[in-house]
Design a protein around this ligand. Structure first.
Ligand SMILES: *[C@@H]1O[C@H](CO)[C@@H](O)[C@H](O)[C@H]1NC(C)=O
Length: 265
């Protein structure tokens, strides 16, 4: 049965107008920032400006998403998908310009397979439900500089969890349930400057866990049930050990400021 054209027009006129996302130039990044925050969206709006550089989609209802939704946005550099109840993300589509992806405060039980994002430098998957990582989980994103996995449910990690991340500078594993860490975990992370391990269940670290001769800007180790003797002064370096022992006794924050870099000899 044909719907009379007039009826259709009338019906469309009665629908509330689509709420367009606001957009403005982000002067710091010199990119067009489109703000679709908090609009109860269950799908990515189809009519976004073609030159969108930053896309804010947090606080919506994007529970399942494919990055093909962003394929037409060839200048897209940042996507914020925080707080969407996201359970699945498919990243098959090639997004050559995407540098920053925020997936924090969602319901991901496993890390999405990070295909099609070769330029990614920042990835945040904090406060999800990740229980572990696959070996080589980040091999497809070798430019990654900043990886935030804080506040998940990881109890252990495979030795090759961070394999290939030669550009990584910041790694946040705090507030997980880590009981132990593999000895070779940091092996490929030649550029790592800051490591967060606070708020886990660590009692010990493997001997030579910190690669020899590697300078760290900061290593955060607080709020773990460390065994007193664990960071043994002879195995680990004096600087670390001094900080650790004195701070341990005072139950103070163990945090190595720039002036006391964490050197392992
Ligand atoms: C985006 O829009 C929301 C809701 O209108 C607003 O609260 C928020 O401040 C905006 N964010 C930015 C970065 O402009």
């Amino acid at each position: 049965m044909e719907v009379p054209a007039l009826t259709l027009v009338t019906l469309l006129a009665l629908l509330p107008p689509a709420q367009p996302c606001s957009s403005e130039m982000n002067k710091v990044k010199d990119l067009l920032e489109v703000n679709c925050t908090g609009q109860a969206l269950s799908a990515v709006p189809p009519d976004l400006p073609a030159d969108t550089g930053i896309l804010l989609l947090s606080d919506n209802r994007l529970e399942s998403l494919s990055t093909t939704a962003f394929l037409s946005l060839t200048q897209l550099q940042d996507i914020d998908l925080a707080n969407n109840g996201l359970v699945a993300l498919h990243t098959g589509a090639l997004l050559l310009s995407l540098k920053e992806l925020t997936l924090s405060h969602n319901a991901l039980a496993a890390l999405p397979f990070l295909e099609g994002l070769p330029a990614l430098t920042h990835l945040a998957v904090a406060h999800n439900s990740l229980e572990t990582l696959a070996p080589g989980a980040f091999r497809t994103v070798p430019q990654l500089q900043n990886l935030d996995l804080r506040g998940n449910k990881m109890q252990q990690l495979p030795q090759e969890a961070f394999a290939g991340l030669k550009a990584l500078k910041e790694l946040d594993l705090s507030d997980n349930l880590l009981k132990e860490l593999p000895k070779e975990l940091l092996q490929d992370l030649k550029k790592l400057e800051t490591l967060w391990l606070s708020g886990n269940q660590l009692q010990t670290l493997p001997t030579d866990f910190f690669p020899k001769g590697h300078f760290f800007m900061y290593v955060f180790l607080t709020e773990n049930p460390w065994h007193y003797n664990v960071l043994n002064c002879r195995t680990y370096v004096v600087l670390c050990c001094n900080c650790f022992c004195s701070n341990y006794a005072h139950k103070d924050a163990i945090h190595f400021p720039l002036s006391a870099r964490f050197l392992i000899t």
